[in-house]
Design a protein around this ligand. Structure first.
Ligand SMILES: [Zn+2]
Length: 313
């Protein structure tokens, strides 16, 4: 039996999964990163964790296929991190760096892409998948004819930065105006709510509140608050519009909604698919919508699958 690691680097902690070559998850755990940590310590921390785990389990390095790593930023297919703003990383080859520290094969990709790969791997009915997840922003990934699309510089599947509103006057984090993430994300939902509160006289529990977060908008919408419902319909409308555009390029059989969409549940799926069908090209009308099955584990599954596909043979 051979084994492999799937690793997900998050802002405040690192998630690890240890897998059998069959794809069975043996164990998963998290390593907390103290707030004062320097991000240059992340790779040495992963190397140390892997080494300690293997020695504890009595497993030798030649039984390990490698380490798959998810990073919250763009990574090229050769492992070059292209300025990961979330981790204050510059440009360097992470595969080579971590391989140098561990003596193991390393293969990395963008977190959202690996979540997509994890979900795809666990769905035997799909060959062409689009994944869209709302976490701190709006991430995405694309599987086309069974292959995860990475793109020339790792920027494929960035659904959140499809422009859906040409009238927008505030800039997105990417510097452009009117990206779908500016509405369909936690800060985006609050932005849409604030604008509707100013533009209308619709009564709402959110009115006269100086500070509220997106969960309060969701809660109000679920309780039937008219304004909050209008806000979420607007958010879902932009999401559906972006997905319809993606489908014109990839013609998927399945669209998977992940992250906060899973928590919102049926109203998110109904709202987005309703809007999607308003904008969709007829050849894409039969696409199936579903929620992500693997939840927070989709990235470690995808990371293991990536390294397995690269080095298991
Ligand atoms: Zn943007």
């Amino acid at each position: 039996m051979r084994y492999g690691f799937g690793v997900d680097i998050l802002g405040t902690h690192i998630r690890f999964g240890f897998f059998e070559e069959t794809g069975k998850l043996v164990e998963k755990w998290e390593l907390e990163l103290p707030g004062f940590w320097d991000n240059s310590q992340i790779l040495p921390a992963i190397a140390k964790e892997v080494e300690q785990y293997l020695s504890r389990k009595g497993i030798f390095e030649d039984e390990i296929i490698g380490i798959g790593v998810g990073i919250p930023g763009p990574v090229s297919s050769t492992g070059v991190v292209n300025k990961c703003v979330n981790l204050s990383w510059g440009v360097f080859n992470i595969d080579r760096a971590l391989s140098g520290l561990t003596g193991l094969h390393v293969k990395s990709s963008n977190t959202a892409n690996l979540s997509t790969l994890g979900e795809y791997w666990h769905d035997s009915t799909s060959r062409n998948m689009v994944f869209m997840a709302m976490n701190s922003g709006l991430g995405g990934g694309i599987v086309c004819e069974g292959t995860l699309v990475n793109g020339a510089s790792g920027g494929a599947g960035e659904i959140g930065h499809i422009i859906v509103n040409r009238e927008e006057t505030e800039a997105c984090t990417c510097g452009k105006y009117g990206c779908v993430e500016q509405y369909c994300s936690p800060p985006g939902i609050v932005r849409v709510a604030r604008r509707q509160l100013i533009a209308t006289r619709t009564p709402s529990v959110l009115r006269n509140r100086r500070i509220f977060d997106f969960r309060e908008v969701l809660k109000a919408a679920a309780a039937g608050d008219k304004l909050a419902r209008d806000v979420m319909n607007q958010v879902y409308d932009y999401a559906g519009q972006a997905l319809a555009a993606v489908c014109c390029v990839t013609n998927p059989d399945t669209i998977v909604l992940g992250g906060e969409f899973c928590r919102i549940g049926q109203p998110a799926l109904n709202g987005i698919s309703w809007s999607f069908h308003k904008y969709v090209f007829h050849a894409n009308e039969t696409v199936r919508f579903r929620f992500a099955d693997l939840g927070m584990d989709s990235t470690i599954y995808g990371a293991f699958k990536l390294v397995y596909d690269s080095f298991a043979e």
